[in-house]
Ligand binder design. Structure first.
Ligand code: ADP
Ligand code: MG
Length: 288
């Protein structure tokens, strides 16, 4: 049987935006010494708006570039994709149907459109392909920039802006006050990672992180004696969520992440994690 105190705590948690999937999660919550937050959708709103979009191909207008990108992004579940599709719709562009859509894990997407191979990729992936990024693509530190390639050739870029959630700063200060190390891991580029980390006064960050690297980051921390919690939203995050001592799936994320996690953060609100740790500690004391 579920001890009464845990049952009560579980219902209190539900009211506070936490879905507890694993009962020992409570007991473990009070042991957390380090937490790694996902950036997009947890510390930030995950609601990307297109700030700029530009064709670098002479035979293509800016709107044509956007139309090509949105046609492919329409098949992706990434928050970046939602921003690009929304922008195309607001420009009244009609989208085409891509073939062979594929995720390039942690780096972007690709598909065939009108017989051409189109890729939309991160700055890191562009570098890997040995293509130089146009200087004007990076205007400010806090924009997420993705590059559009057609048949391996750069045809343009799209800069998007997300916003830090207003609850994040307070959540992080609360966690830090409890002596917990607060870190962030993001697949986004270094500049964006640093900007968010500086603004929120994090204890550290990892940028341009591939999904398989997230698991390694956690293992390394565990090897140093840390008891690690991690938040994640994507299918990609499942191995890292499983590796973490407390895996926390973000409510707005995919089902796979939720199924792997100990806890689901229903409202994707980082403040609820601070509450979880307080509850965990209180519950444990009551059981003693
Ligand atoms: P995160 O969850 O931190 O955003 P991801 O691994 O999901 O990390 O993505 C890492 C990077 O890969 C993104 O910042 C972006 O540059 C690129 N990327 C991923 N998915 C897409 C997409 N649908 N369209 C364009 N770029 C993408
Ligand atoms: Mg992700």
């Amino acid at each position: 049987a579920v001890p009464l105190v845990v049952a009560i705590s579980t219902s209190v948690s539900a009211k506070n935006g936490l879905l507890i999937r694993n009962r020992t999660a409570f007991e473990n919550a009070r042991k957390i010494t380090a937490i790694i937050f996902d950036k997009t959708g947890t510390l930030t709103k995950g609601d990307f708006g297109v700030a700029r979009f530009k064709s670098v191909s002479e035979s293509l207008s800016d709107n044509e570039l956007l139309q090509i990108a949105a046609s492919i992004e329409n098949s992706s579940e990434h928050p970046i994709a939602a921003g690009i599709v929304k922008k195309a719709k607001s420009e009244n562009l009609t989208l085409d149907e891509p073939q062979n859509f594929q995720n390039i894990t942690g780096k972007g997407i690709k598909a065939t459109l009108k017989g051409k191979e189109i890729k939309i990729v991160s700055p890191g992936m562009l570098k890997e392909e040995e293509i130089e990024s146009p200087k004007e693509a990076f205007k400010t530190d806090d924009e997420t920039v993705v590059f559009v390639l057609s048949e391996g050739k750069l045809i343009g870029y799209i800069a998007l802006a997300d916003e830090i959630r207003k609850e994040s700063a307070e959540a992080i200060q609360t966690l830090k006050k409890q002596g917990i190390k607060v870190l962030m891991a993001t697949g986004d580029n270094e500049q964006v990672g640093k900007a968010v980390s500086d603004t929120l006064e994090l204890d550290g960050y990892f940028a341009e992180v591939l999904p398989e690297d997230k698991q390694k980051i956690i293992k390394d921390l565990q090897a140093k004696g840390e008891f690690v919690a991690m938040t994640g939203d994507g299918v990609n995050d499942a191995p890292a969520l499983a590796q973490a001592d407390v895996g926390i799936a973000v409510g707005s994320g995919t089902d796979v992440a939720a199924e792997t996690a100990d806890i689901v953060l229903v409202n994707s609100n980082p403040k609820d994690i601070a509450k979880l740790i307080l509850f965990g500690t209180a519950t444990y004391k009551k059981m003693m």
